[in-house]
Design a binder for this molecule. Structure first.
Ligand SMILES: [Mg+2]
Ligand SMILES: [Zn+2]
Length: 242
């Protein structure tokens, strides 16, 4: 029997609150800066994530040095089953991308601190300059999407996949709404699960990655993962609009 997969599969996974057990992007600036009024403005839709990041970056009371970050990271546990997810995708030879609307200064370093140095990571780029200021660069655009994100995850999913691939998405928050629309299989918790429920998006709900692992294993063992019709329509529409 030919057990080779009929369609290639690709997985995209959020970082904050999905891999890290806390939203580091929020918590870091809450501890070392000031969230007001930026966070309220973001939640109420008055500003997008770019202005939010630029705004909170200016509120920092001290530079985000390597030492400060490493000490701070010790206070945020990583989901202990993230490593099981990575083991599984390696066994199954499935491409896996960490997709975050957060900042490289914590996303990359946090993962590296936990020994994950060779991951494919897409996020906003941030660095502390010699004067101790936090600089941020936004290399990804949200062209054609209504989301408030700086990294429009939908656009990244579509530019990093091919039309015959099946997309699996794992996430929990606001920036995961637009990519979930394009995914064939959605693993959702928190606000993303509520969004899926409100919008009739079928999804696997989860609280800890330990619940995702067996479902993902079953899924990847299949020769054929079904395309989700609505997701195919969204992908087609976005691809055609360029
Ligand atoms: Mg998140
Ligand atoms: Zn978007």
């Amino acid at each position: 029997m030919n057990t080779e997969r009929l369609y290639p599969v690709r997985i995209f996974c959020d970082f904050d609150g999905t891999i890290s057990t806390k939203d580091i992007g929020y918590d870091l600036f809450d501890q070392f800066g000031d969230q007001s009024p930026w966070h309220d403005d973001l939640i109420d839709g008055r500003i997008g994530i770019r202005d939010y990041w630029r705004g909170v970056a200016r509120t920092l009371r001290q530079p985000l040095t390597n030492e400060l970050l490493e000490e701070y990271f010790q206070t945020i546990p990583i989901d202990p089953d993230f490593s099981s997810i990575l083991e599984l995708v390696r066994e199954e030879n499935v491409p896996f991308t960490v997709l975050s609307d957060g900042l490289s200064i914590y996303v990359r370093r946090y993962l590296s601190l936990h020994g994950f140095d060779d991951l494919d990571i897409i996020c906003n780029e941030a660095w502390t300059d010699e004067e101790g200021n936090l600089n941020i660069r936004f290399p990804y655009s949200s062209d054609g999407c209504d989301c408030p994100s700086a990294v429009c995850k939908r656009n990244v999913v579509l530019t990093h996949s091919t039309p015959n691939e099946r997309i699996i998405y794992i996430g929990d928050g606001l920036s995961d709404f637009c990519p979930a629309e394009t995914a064939d299989v959605i693993f959702a918790k928190g606000n993303l699960a509520s969004y899926c429920n409100r919008n009739g998006l079928p999804h696997h709900s989860w609280k800890h990655l330990s619940e995702v692992v067996p479902e993902l294993r079953k899924l990847l063992a299949k020769r054929r993962i079904r395309a989700r019709h609505q997701a195919e329509m969204v992908r087609k529409r976005v691809w055609e609009s360029g």
